[in-house]
Write a protein that binds this ligand. Structure first.
Ligand code: 13P
Length: 334
């Protein structure tokens, strides 16, 4: 393992003023998002949509990296350049989602387990050859009646740690994503408790697996009220509870924490990140973003599958990326 190279990639991904675009939606997820705004999901619409995002002029000022899906890393822009090359030409580092999505946890059908370890070593080698320099694996923890269970958290934490070890062996920086879902009517306190539990179990296994902390990034949820909780915590409370939770669970040697947006509105996701960076200036890790929905929501609605809308969609995408870039230093105002 080349620790120096892994750390320098991890640090580049959380460089000041820059964050990550997650554009790694699986066929099912992109299909659902397209359908909601009236776009048919075909190989070509998916290609043209991602091309629209990646060719946005000047986007490299605000984005350090983009997470791709298996189909996307193999696709080409209209001018013949492979899409990972389009990103490199913008000064953006290409990454790849390598998990194979979730299945019901055996004997606990309300919970999920993330698959994808079989054949991972070979797939990582192929992706590296295609230009990927970092990887992502998402595990999902659901809050509900009697859940999550220790075995769900343990099984997923173990998978995340193995994924991280395989990635570092291949010279790729792992983004470890244990997502505690926003779905449900639970309080922010319950979200705090489950997030702290999940992160501590994840770092137990990361330690056991020999993963180098300085050569990885963590992608957690923010600590936030459940979507259907009658009492919704305000921006400062979310910021403080999130950072206090992370202080109690994330080792200081991890270079950066890149949040997922997880169903928050785009404005909320920016405001929360901004508040954390404004309220705290003595944290060991960079606090940044790795958003999908909070960056793509508006541009997707505007694009609608019609190339006549490319410029307007790119403008909306550029604006959102710029606002999140400002939130990196706590200097955002809409
Ligand atoms: P959201 O920002 O839409 O939560 O997506 C982030 C992601 O990459 C989920 O795996």
């Amino acid at each position: 393992m080349d620790k120096g190279q892994l750390e320098s990639t991890a640090r580049a991904l959380v460089a000041p003023g820059k964050g990550i675009l997650a554009a790694d939606e699986s066929f099912g997820t992109i299909g659902k998002r397209f359908k909601a705004v009236g776009i048919e999901s075909t190989e070509d619409t998916r290609r043209r949509y991602r091309q629209m995002l990646f060719t946005t002029p000047g986007i490299g000022e605000f984005l350090s990296g983009v997470i791709l899906f298996d189909e996307t890393i193999r696709q080409k822009a209209d001018d013949g350049r492979p899409l990972p090359r389009v990103l490199e030409d913008q000064g953006v580092i290409p990454g790849i989602k390598v998990d194979k999505s979730t299945t019901a946890l055996p004997l606990s059908p309300q919970e999920k387990f993330t698959q994808g370890l079989d054949g991972l070593r070979e797939r990582l080698e192929e992706y590296r050859g295609m230009g990927a320099r970092f990887t992502k694996w998402r595990a999902v923890i659901t809050i509900g009646e009697g859940i999550p269970t220790e075995r769900c958290i343990g099984a997923n934490a173990h998978g995340l740690a193995l994924f991280a070890a395989f990635s570092q062996e291949a010279g790729l920086v792992p983004i470890v994503e244990p997502e505690v879902l926003i779905d449900g009517d639970h309080t922010i306190e319950r979200c705090y408790e489950v997030t702290e539990w999940t992160l501590n179990r994840t770092f137990d296994y990361i330690y056991e697996m020999g993963v180098e902390l300085s050569g990885m990034l963590l992608k957690p949820n923010m600590v936030i009220s459940g979507k259907d909780c009658p009492e919704q915590a305000g921006v400062e409370e979310v910021a403080r509870m999130t950072v206090e939770c992370l202080k109690r669970s994330v080792p200081a040697a991890v270079p950066g924490i890149v949040f997922l947006s997880g169903g928050q509105s785009d404005i909320q996701a920016t405001a929360h990140l901004n508040a954390m960076n404004r309220l705290y200036d003595d944290l060991p890790w960079e606090l940044s973003f790795s958003y999908a929905r909070a960056l793509q929501g508006r541009p997707m609605e505007i694009w609608k599958g019609d190339d006549a809308n490319v410029e307007a969609a790119q403008k909306a995408f550029y604006h959102r990326a710029k606002m999140n870039s400002a939130a990196r230093s706590g200097s955002y105002s809409e």
